[in-house]
Design a protein around this ligand. Structure first.
Ligand SMILES: [Zn+2]
Length: 373
């Protein structure tokens, strides 16, 4: 099983220069062969394969442009492979005629986001947990924040620089994931707006509050940025500030979702939720923002793959199943509950009193178990 581990790295000044060179060379090689391909295409020639491009790079281009030899050779080969993939996608689009078939675009030097990929061979990529360092080709040991350990074979590393000028390395590892010991605990939950998640046992997990606060702050900063003069020093400073906050919000959200999905998978054998039709709900403009905050679809995606990894059962029930309208005690259906304003109610058939959301998640669990049986 391939799994990526992303760490922040802190290159020193020499390493930063080397990184900038590598980003630049990878971009150069990508654009160089894209140009070649476009010209060939216009002349009606057969497209050059990635192997031919790579051979040309190593046998001819590097002799002509010796500075290409100063950087990680895998970064350049992978740039060619990336181009090839973009090119294949382009041809697929031409064939199906579904989308506009635009040629792959040239990579701009004025981008704020850079990356290159290196391959693992002969221990050229290593992680030292004790010293908090990561070894990368042509960079040697780089300071890092190694907050997670892995147990497996390193396949590749993608080094990136964000718009906020922070550096990261994402290490792809081939791991053997052990299934978790079986448990007989089960969970059904409803995903909501005011609460992120409401469990069948009544437990409610609120949305992280600071997220929306930071998002308001971000909107304000973005307005300020728009007023700054183009290509001024202040604008660049502001741009980095905006990028930093943006990344912070994304990180916080991801962290919240990962922790919660891992906890649910750890603790339960059977997990049931609704299959949420995001596109249907998103039509409601007022709710759209809140929903993207809550990141329901990302959350259910995580549950799905983590359940597969760890030997759990995750069931999504039909979104038309009226989980909020049925009494979880006797099965009586109360259609008045179509009104979202009713937060709690008493069943006229059996007299049980229900919290709207908890009752719904109890029904979700029941329905999931029925499907499983
Ligand atoms: Zn009832």
């Amino acid at each position: 099983m391939l799994r990526a581990y992303k760490y922040r790295i802190y290159p020193d000044e020499t390493q930063k220069v080397q990184l900038a060179k590598t980003f630049g060379c990878a971009r150069f090689v990508y654009n160089y062969y894209l140009d070649k391909k476009i010209k060939g295409y216009e002349n009606g020639e057969k497209s050059i394969s990635k192997i031919d491009c790579n051979n040309h790079l190593n046998r001819e281009l590097k002799k002509e442009l010796i500075w290409l030899k100063e950087v990680d050779k895998f970064a350049l080969t992978n740039a060619i492979y990336n181009l090839d993939e973009a090119y294949q996608n382009f041809f697929r689009r031409v064939k199906t005629g579904k989308d506009k078939a635009g040629f792959p675009k040239f990579k701009s030097r004025h981008s704020n986001r850079f990356s290159y990929k290196s391959n693992s061979t002969n221990n050229n990529i290593e992680v030292d947990y004790a010293k908090n360092k990561i070894k990368l080709p042509k960079l040697k040991w780089c300071d890092a924040k190694v907050h997670r350990e892995f147990d497996g074979e390193i396949k590749s590393a993608t080094i990136s620089q964000n718009p906020s000028e922070r550096y990261f390395v994402s290490i792809l590892v081939d791991e053997k994931i052990k299934e978790l010991p079986k448990t007989n605990k089960e969970i059904g939950f409803d995903l909501g707006l005011s609460q992120f998640l409401i469990e069948n046992n009544g437990n409610k997990i609120p949305n992280p509050k600071h997220l929306s606060k930071n998002e308001r702050k971000l909107a304000k900063l973005q307005r300020q940025l728009a007023k700054k003069q183009k290509s001024s020093k202040n604008r660049n400073k502001m741009r980095i500030k905006v990028a930093r906050l943006h990344e912070k919000i994304t990180d916080t959200r991801k962290d919240f979702l990962h922790k919660l999905s891992s906890q649910i998978i750890n603790e339960n054998q059977v997990i049931v939720s609704e299959d949420i039709n995001i596109s249907g709900i998103i039509k409601n403009q007022r709710l759209a923002k809140a929903i993207s905050d809550a990141s329901w679809s990302e959350f259910t995606r995580q549950l799905e793959y983590k359940a597969a990894w760890y030997g759990r059962t995750y069931i999504k029930i039909d979104r038309f199943y009226p989980s909020s309208q049925i009494c979880s005690n006797c099965g009586f259906k109360n259609i008045e509950l179509k009104n979202l304003k009713i937060r709690d109610w008493t069943c006229e058939s059996c007299g049980s009193h229900h919290d709207r959301d908890i009752n719904a998640s109890q029904n979700i669990l029941k329905e999931g178990k029925r499907m499983l049986a």
